[in-house]
Write a protein that binds this ligand. Structure first.
Ligand SMILES: Cc1ncc(COP(=O)(O)O)c(C=O)c1O
Length: 485
């Protein structure tokens, strides 16, 4: 009964990324009402600085009640439906975007297109730049939502640029060329590269070198670059954030080919407000995207409220600094907690998540083993995390874990659960390993642990003893075989 579009599976809803959310919704953790429920570590939400926004709202009742200089703006806002957006909001957003980039670059409000979040911004750009069947190259691992946002309704294709753990998943010229050639072999028309900087799921910002490689690549192939900079305000440690806008200064050959996506969902923690934007120097892209934006506008009262908030420079400066401090602190707690459980993650300086390496916990180096571990962690440990496979990572055993969408207590509980799991897994592994050893070696392990010693230390002690002095020696090695340490 439904259209092909409605029923095709390029939406990606069956990915473990979305399935994990569904399981969480069936059994969400709550400290009082459901203490054994699932803790959500699969949602990149920033809840660390709500108090700052709430206290601004408390002290700006005029904006909250849609008044300006004592006059109610209700009728004006209720009737406003211009798809170019409220000029005051576009100016405030353009300035906020500059501020987020340390005022090293400027954004012209006339080149901004407002959209209902970055989801809509990314899809709109794909509609503007691709025809069905055309392809964009994306470095892996990438945000699982891109399969839905970029491909589903537009009919565009994603070709992965495979990045590797060997160099911290950085983009290289070789990886770009390889992806390009693969797409060519498949007879796909390549229209551009799409990156997220800082990266979701890696939590790292791109270096100047990486950005230069990318710009030179798109210039040489005469294709577009979309830079999704939705996490630009989350860079809490060095190296700082470099926007692609900075890198293309003076590069007239590419300035019309580079398009930036932004949103207030992460930096301000307002995903429910659905505020996003496209920034492009290409007037044709701006005009086409503006026409298309009528399918996903931002409501005028949201624009009005945020225009007042973002124009308050004291507030925005304080918010940006404090939010970064809190993210850095949270990140430290999380990374330290993982380390105590013997788990490492990619060195990161941004984002609301870590890219966690659990390869040592896999039964084998396969995606089946990754899925098995994910299910164990979801159903037995009670944590929803996102497997690397859902981010199209090529190496099994990596997981994205979010750390900014819950209280510190809940995060500590999540870390405790993970720690208990790893310890139990260690014991199980030891048991598994021991059961394959000869009986006398198993006895040696059992005796030595009863004596509070390691098997080797215990062995060197008993070797110095005469059998008659220590009956354990006979019990341990009834076969009488020589035991070497
Ligand atoms: C890289 C990236 N782009 C886009 C989005 C969608 O954001 P929005 O809520 O603004 O639609 C997300 C959300 O997680 C994201 O991580």
């Amino acid at each position: 009964m439904l259209s092909k579009k409605a029923t095709c599976n390029s939406h990606g809803q069956d990915s473990s990324y979305f399935l994990g959310w569904k399981e969480y919704e069936k059994n969400p953790y709550h400290p009082l009402t459901n203490p054994s429920g699932i803790i959500q570590l699969g949602l990149a939400e920033n809840q660390l600085s709500f108090d700052l926004i709430e206290s601004w709202l408390e002290s700006h009742q005029e904006a909250m009640t849609l008044k300006k200089d004592g006059v109610l703006m209700f009728k004006e806002l209720a009737l406003f439906q211009d798809y170019h957006g409220l000029p005051a909001f576009k100016s405030a957003l353009a300035e906020f975007m500059s501020e987020m980039r340390g005022n090293k670059v400027e954004f012209n409000p006339e080149k901004l297109v407002l959209t209902a979040g970055a989801t809509s911004a990314n899809e709109t750009l794909m509609f503007c730049l691709t025809d069905p069947g055309d392809a964009f190259l994306l470095p892996t691992p990438y945000y699982p939502g891109f399969d839905r946002d970029l491909k589903w309704r537009t009919g565009a294709e994603i070709v992965p640029i495979h990045c590797s753990s060997n160099n911290g998943f950085k983009i290289t010229k070789q990886a770009l060329e390889k992806a390009y050639n693969n797409a060519k072999k498949r007879n796909l028309r390549i229209k551009g590269v799409l990156i997220t900087n800082p990266s979701n799921p890696l939590g790292t910002s791109m270096t100047r070198d990486e950005l230069d490689i990318l710009i030179n690549f798109i210039a040489s192939k005469d294709i577009h670059l979309i830079s999704d900079e939705i996490y630009s305000g989350t860079v809490f440690a060095s190296p700082g954030f470099i926007s692609v806008k900075e890198v293309i200064k003076g590069r007239d050959d590419v300035s019309n080919k580079v398009h930036i996506v932004y949103s207030l969902s992460k930096d301000l923690g307002l995903p429910g407000f659905r505020v996003g934007a496209i920034y492009s120097e290409d007037d044709l892209v701006v005009a086409a995207a503006t026409k298309m934006s009528s399918f996903g506008l931002i409501s005028s009262q949201t624009q009005y409220l945020l225009s007042v908030m973002l124009s308050d420079k004291d507030f925005t400066m304080k918010y940006i600094m404090e939010n970064k401090k809190r993210l850095e602190h949270r990140h430290r707690i999380f990374v330290d907690g993982l380390e105590s459980a013997g788990i490492k993650c990619l060195n990161s300086n941004a984002g609301l998540f870590c890219w966690v390496d659990m390869r040592h916990l896999l039964k084998s180096k396969t995606f089946e083993a990754e899925m098995e571990l994910w299910k164990k962690i979801l159903f037995q440990v009670g944590l929803n995390i996102s497997p690397g496979a859902s981010c199209h990572c090529q190496e099994p055993g990596f997981f994205r874990m979010c750390f900014a969408n819950m209280s510190t207590d809940t995060l500590n509980l999540a870390l405790q659960r993970l720690n208990n799991f790893v310890e139990a897994d260690d014991t199980n592994c030891t048991h598994r390993r021991l059961s394959s050893l000869p009986k006398w070696v198993r006895r040696l392990f059992a005796f030595s642990s009863q004596m509070g010693s390691s098997p080797f230390a215990f062995l060197s002690k008993v070797r110095t003893l005469d059998k008659t002095q220590h009956p354990c020696v006979n019990a341990l090695n009834p076969s009488g075989l020589a035991v070497s340490s």
